[in-house]
Design a protein around this ligand. Structure first.
Ligand SMILES: [Zn+2]
Length: 402
């Protein structure tokens, strides 16, 4: 008698196939007996099938228990979970979205006064925090270069929420206008870092610098700089509102028990951020000059969204002071373009910006991109800081007609 084709076998007698389909038992019994030459009875097969089924259920339960956010139960949701925010802005956004949800701990990984983690390498203390957390909330777009392999080595089960996930109008930086140390040529293996479209440099796996960078972080001369996403989305209230939506959507997916709270919090916070964005836009329309110089490329989104023009940045590579020749070029550029002010940032020394402003004969002031702040910052800290920025710009850039 010809043996019917029953598909791939994954054990000697093909019984695994029976368990998957629950059909063709008769043919399988024949095949079983022929293959093994045994006198297996149908009842033995049924017992085996039952055992395998039980084993399958147990395996599934085990996998579920070992899954990243095992503490998210159907009844209690996120209670008992530990959430780790990578940077200060997402820490603030996450706390707003999670406001009123009981039993969840939100921690900031980096020191709250550190600012942008460009070229940051995880410390043993960070690794410990990652190991003890269920969820990691990232800014994304390559701001955290430790996302990917270093993060997953510390905690392979951690669930990563990428708050820049789904942002469509990301600004790309190219040529000299890039952050060093980034490379979009990442191989696979960043499963926890949700992919962005196109050139978004997600899931950076670099620990320190990659091979093509010399140890100061500069690209080798032969290497053509690839466009990189500007990761400073948080410093524009409009983009911040969309990050808040990404965080809320991810939390709703992970913890549907508290969906109503996340939705309500996110909508209220997004509303406040969009109102702030509108205020900044209206104010900027009234500035005597809208051309400015900033410390690093942190305000590109804010400038785009409210109508300011950044003619140059003091530090093209964050943390790298410009040379004397670059400073002279900046002074010339300010004079040529009529830029009205140089803005420094609280997270970086202001000396170079002050020198350039003095040489160019323009005012200098501090604008805070909310990249850092107090660890116990009130929930409306972002709005407070941005309104201070607005007053600073009004003072520095003047009002049209004055
Ligand atoms: Zn930065």
């Amino acid at each position: 008698m010809p043996i019917p084709s029953i598909g791939a076998q994954d054990d000697l007698c093909g019984c695994a196939w029976t368990l998957k389909t629950g059909s063709a038992a008769k043919d399988l019994r024949i095949r079983c007996q022929m293959d093994i030459g045994s006198e297996s009875k149908p009842s033995t097969l049924r017992e085996l099938a039952a055992m395998r089924k039980l084993f399958g259920i147990l395996s599934f339960m085990l996998l579920f228990l070992m899954s990243p956010v095992y503490s998210l139960s159907r009844d209690t949701g996120i209670a008992g979970s530990k959430i780790l925010a990578g940077t200060f802005p997402v820490y603030l956004f996450a706390r707003n979205v999670l406001s009123g949800v009981e039993g969840v701990e939100v921690q900031l990984m980096l020191p709250s006064d550190m600012g942008c983690p460009h070229d940051y390498v995880l410390t043993p203390a960070d690794m410990e925090k990652i190991r003890g957390s269920d969820i990691f909330i990232a800014n994304g777009l390559g701001l955290e270069e430790f996302l990917g392999d270093p993060l997953l080595r510390a905690n392979p089960a951690i669930e990563v929420i990428d708050s820049s996930q789904g942002l469509e109008d990301v600004i790309l930086m190219s040529g000299h206008d890039h952050h060093h140390g980034h490379d979009s040529d990442h191989g696979p293996g960043h499963s926890h870092s949700q992919a962005h479209e196109g050139e978004s440099g997600h899931g950076h796996a670099a620990e320190g610098h990659r091979g093509e960078l010399d140890h100061s972080g500069h690209r080798a001369p032969h290497e053509e700089a690839k466009p990189m996403p500007n990761p400073h989305v948080f410093a524009s209230p409009r983009m911040a509102a969309r990050m808040v939506e990404s965080i809320a959507a991810a939390l709703i997916r992970l913890d549907p028990v508290h969906a109503d709270i996340y939705r309500k919090n996110a909508d209220a916070y997004k509303g406040a951020l969009m109102k702030l964005s509108e205020e900044l836009k209206v104010a900027a329309e009234g500035f005597k000059s809208r051309r400015i110089v900033t410390h690093h490329a942190v305000f590109d989104y804010l400038a785009r969204d409210v109508g300011l023009e950044i003619v140059a940045v003091v530090q093209e590579d964050p943390g790298q002071e410009p040379s004397a020749a670059e400073m002279l070029r900046l002074v010339r550029l300010i004079k040529e373009t009529g830029a009205a002010a140089v803005f420094t940032e609280p997270q970086y020394p202001s000396r170079v910006g002050e020198t350039i402003a003095r040489e160019a004969g323009v005012p200098v002031a501090v604008l805070d991109p909310v990249a850092s702040g107090p660890g116990d910052a009130p929930l409306d800290y972002y709005q407070t800081v941005m309104r201070n920025n607005l007053e600073t710009m009004r003072r520095t850039l003047g009002r049209a007609g004055n």
